[in-house]
Design a protein around this ligand. Structure first.
Ligand SMILES: C[S@@+](CC[C@H](N)C(=O)[O-])C[C@H]1O[C@@H](n2cnc3c(N)ncnc32)[C@H](O)[C@@H]1O
Length: 348
């Protein structure tokens, strides 16, 4: 079956979940065969080729394609999909019984601990999404001042509404694209949680971020990664439907766990941690459960934002496939291929 036909059939609901997951795993297996080289020398030179090419690219590309589909969904849908902290990134599952809400909080607590947040600090949260990090931090550390940066007006409105509801006066939200954002303010701590995936030139990005850090400031980054491979999300062959299905061409670069260590011109690594991909796999499974447990409302929302029954069905199934992709991707080989890394940097 040609990839267009496969995607059409999946989105029309003509292919079972088990078969969809099998199709995903086939593509993931092919990506590993494509990426793994037979000698370490070749493996390293593949990584370094990408490192060098990123240095001559723009800070980010094609963002307009990404925001529309992935990050500008109606709030009513996002509330169904996510946990109560509206965290649009991985949770941290400490055991088998951990719920999505608990996993969100466990991960947010881990960020605060690893970034060494203390009261009275100024904290910048880049690519703040629906404010999970800033709202959690501001609530826990009432004398810290959090500034979230988002490029979405809807996200800004949501966070400001939440601040009123929670009576938080220590959160400010700035509407800006990070690649063009400028500020004279200097911060004790900076977070970038699952943001660098959408960036290309990490040298330019880290240079810019380092200018916003106080001399003794720290930068905390979480990003998804492969343990060894790094690549732009571009299809590997004619049959590869998976690579650009969620992330349109040019909008995502997958870093290896060690990738950012090659970009220490303006910041220096203080610590690094690895988290099993199983954490993100479980998160996607939980998001899928949330949608399936609210299926009537979920379908209704999809209908209200599309022009026909068929489009609504396709969008509904897109979001279900999105979750299955994430669950299989990060769950592959028990979470030991694609995973998450945390990095803490100081300013050079
Ligand atoms: C995976 S989400 C993570 C959101 C949030 N950090 C969280 O953990 O819930 C990535 C976020 O980065 C934002 N983003 C990506 N590129 C951006 C840019 N150039 N400027 C501002 N925000 C950006 C997206 O809009 C999205 O909200």
């Amino acid at each position: 079956m040609a990839k267009e036909e496969l995607v059409e059939n999946m989105e029309l609901g003509l292919i079972s979940d088990d078969q969809i997951r099998e199709h995903i795993r086939i593509q993931l297996g092919k990506r590993l065969i494509w990426g793994y080289k037979s000698t370490h020398e070749e493996q390293l030179s593949q990584l370094l080729d990408l490192v060098h090419s990123l240095r001559s690219m723009k800070m980010a590309t094609e963002m307009e394609n990404l925001d529309l589909k992935l990050y500008e969904s109606p709030m009513s849908f996002l509330k169904i999909q996510h946990g109560s902290n509206m965290k649009q990134s991985a949770g941290y599952y400490t055991d088998e019984s951990t719920t999505l809400d608990e996993a969100e909080i466990a991960m947010l607590d881990l960020y605060m601990e690893r970034a060494q947040i203390k009261d009275c600090q100024s904290v910048l949260d880049l690519g703040c999404g629906l404010g999970a990090v800033a709202l959690f931090g501001a609530n826990k550390f009432k004398n810290c001042q959090f500034t979230g940066v988002t490029s979405s007006m809807e996200q800004k409105d949501y966070i400001e509404g939440k601040c009123k509801e929670l009576k938080l006066s220590n959160v400010k939200v700035v509407l800006a694209d990070i690649t063009t954002y400028e500020t004279e303010e200097r911060f004790d701590r900076i977070f970038a949680v699952e943001l660098i995936e959408h960036m290309k030139n990490y040298q330019l990005l880290l240079k810019k971020i380092s200018e916003w850090m106080k001399d003794d400031g720290l930068l905390f980054i979480e990003h998804v990664c492969h343990k060894t491979l790094a690549y732009h999300f571009e299809p590997i062959d004619e049959e590869d439907w998976f690579t650009n299905y969620i992330f349109p061409s040019g909008t995502l670069t997958l870093s290896s766990a060690s990738m950012l260590l090659y970009f220490q011109d303006d910041v220096a690594v203080v610590n690094q941690w690895i988290l099993s991909g199983k954490n993100y796999s479980r998160t996607h499974e939980e998001w899928l459960k949330n949608m399936d447990n609210n299926i009537v409302e979920f379908k209704q929302i999809m209908k209200s934002i599309t022009k026909s029954e068929e489009e609504a069905t396709k969008l509904f199934n897109f979001w279900r496939i999105f979750c299955m992709c994430g669950a299989e991707w990060f769950g592959y080989k028990n979470g030991e291929e694609w995973m998450l890394t945390h990095l803490l940097f100081k300013k050079n």
